[in-house]
Design a protein around this ligand. Structure first.
Ligand SMILES: Cc1cc2nc3c(=O)[nH]c(=O)nc-3n(C[C@H](O)[C@H](O)[C@H](O)COP(=O)(O)OP(=O)(O)OC[C@H]3O[C@@H](n4cnc5c(N)ncnc54)[C@H](O)[C@@H]3O)c2cc1C
Length: 422
């Protein structure tokens, strides 16, 4: 068995794949049950470990904003067997359209061209539906603590002592933070978020209302003004999703916590916008559970320390600009669980391999996402005009090629089931 050599914080793994080592079952706490958390629990359980999922929310939440699932994430969904469910619940968006004040189209493109370029392995799904599909995979198979959070982590040579906000203290072999952008496990183990956060000077809100009119089926419509954009998408069951993006300094520092505060700030931030915005801002009054957060990336040299590791947004948030955060979270979960299975009890080697395998890919994805930032919320009228003209005059295939160039990757996913003879 080859070991990871760790010198002065640098690690180097000196082997190709080892044979799977004999492994004892490890008790592994996973804080956070969004996307990466349940995916990790699924693979850890499949590879013979005992995960416990801890989630702050009182239960799994359906609904929410839409996520595109394709590429490596799509492959992961297929591996876990949830693809048929995602295809059934998902959408195949037919048009992305930008409109002017009066709702007249300024520019549009057909996202199916993008989909064709990845052999139609592309689906747009509610984040909550993806989370629910992953939850169902592990429901009844692994322990879950809802309405709770890890509160403290005390690492020892042979275990990690964990206290919770609600449950009684317990000892685990490993602790994993899958608790998103504002990860508590990262804060407890590595330090405050500000050390790792690259704030992109944007915020985004996602809200859903019932019975909104007008509806445009399978069309993602946006109205952009300098530093602000409001989008809507008509979902099934007479629901409509709105996505509101805004750049600093149109709103003040700090993200409000309560729905009332969020509503207030959104109403101020988006006041005076044309198109359907006044009606959309009025509709905010009937909404609860408003998603409103900073758009940030997380950059860390290491995602592991001692017996603690991070996955998903907690480790390396790409931001919505990448359109691949869920996919990368699922991939990270698979690689972390696979490397733990291959390394037997040697979690240090597994952690080093996990970082070594994925960090170059994820860092590239973060860089690609930053290139999209100027076009997501253009700062001025000229930039909006240029975006619209380019979208209008470029042949659709050229638009798709440019988009794909910035997100394509050469990563070949490991196949742990084969290596483990499962
Ligand atoms: C508007 C928007 C659009 C996006 N579009 C796309 C897209 O098109 N494609 C794509 O792939 N990705 C997209 N993303 C990114 C994607 O949503 C994230 O990358 C992904 O959800 C990360 O998964 P995660 O499991 O790491 O974190 P999360 O999904 O954030 O889950 C973290 C979980 O941890 C829980 N939690 C938090 N704190 C604690 C605590 N202290 N204790 C216990 N539990 C806790 C939370 O309640 C949550 O359930 C988008 C994001 C946004 C905001």
């Amino acid at each position: 068995m080859h070991r990871a050599v760790i010198r002065g914080g640098e690690y180097k793994v000196t082997a190709s794949y080892p044979e799977a080592e004999s492994m004892s079952t490890m008790k592994i706490a996973i804080n956070g049950m969004g996307i990466a958390g349940p995916a990790l629990a699924y693979w850890l359980h499949r590879f013979g470990h005992e995960p416990t999922l801890i989630e702050r929310a009182p239960g799994p939440r359906p609904g929410g904003y839409l996520v595109d699932c394709w590429g490596l994430g799509y492959d992961q969904a297929e591996k876990m067997g949830i693809l048929p469910e995602l295809l059934e619940l998902g959408y195949h968006v037919q048009e992305v359209r930008w409109v002017d004040d009066a709702g007249k189209a300024d520019a549009s493109f057909d996202p199916q061209i993008l989909s064709h370029m990845v052999d139609d392995r592309f689906v747009t799904i509610e984040r909550g539906d993806l989370a629910m599909a992953l939850f169902r995979l592990v429901d009844g198979k692994v322990e879950m603590l809802f309405g709770d959070s890890i509160d403290s982590i005390d690492q020892h040579e042979d275990r990690v002592d964990v206290t919770f906000e609600q449950a009684s203290p317990r000892a685990f072999d490993l602790v994993i933070g899958a608790d998103g952008l504002h990860s508590r496990v990262r804060e407890l183990t590595f330090g405050p978020m500000e050390q790792f956060e690259q704030y992109l000077e944007m915020r985004v809100a996602a809200v859903e209302v019932d019975s909104y009119q007008p509806r445009d089926e399978l069309t993602f419509i946006s109205h952009t003004e300098p530093k602000r954009q409001v989008s809507r998408f008509s979902k099934r069951d007479d629901k409509t999703l709105f996505l509101l993006g805004i750049r600093e300094p149109l709103v003040g520092p700090g993200v409000p916590r309560t729905d009332d505060e969020k509503r207030e700030e959104l109403k101020q931030g988006f006041a005076g916008m044309g198109w359907e915005c006044p009606q959309i801002l009025d509709a905010l009054d009937q909404m609860n559970h408003i998603y409103y957060d900073v758009v940030s990336q997380i950059h860390m040299d290491h995602w592991t320390r001692g017996r603690v590791a991070l996955v998903g947004d907690a480790a390396a948030c790409l931001s919505l600009l990448a359109g691949e955060g869920t996919g990368m979270g699922m991939l990270e979960a698979y690689v972390l669980a696979g490397e733990l299975a291959l390394a037997g009890d040697d979690y240090q080697t597994a952690f080093a391999r996990y970082e070594e395998r994925l960090q170059p890919l994820i860092k590239q994805k973060q860089k690609n996402a930053l290139k999209v930032a100027p076009t997501y919320l253009p700062k001025g009228h000229l930039a909006i005009f240029v975006r619209n003209v380019i979208t209008r005059i470029l042949p659709p295939r050229a638009v798709a090629r440019i988009a794909l160039m910035s997100v394509k990757d050469d990563f070949v996913s490991p196949e742990y089931e084969q290596q483990l003879n499962l």
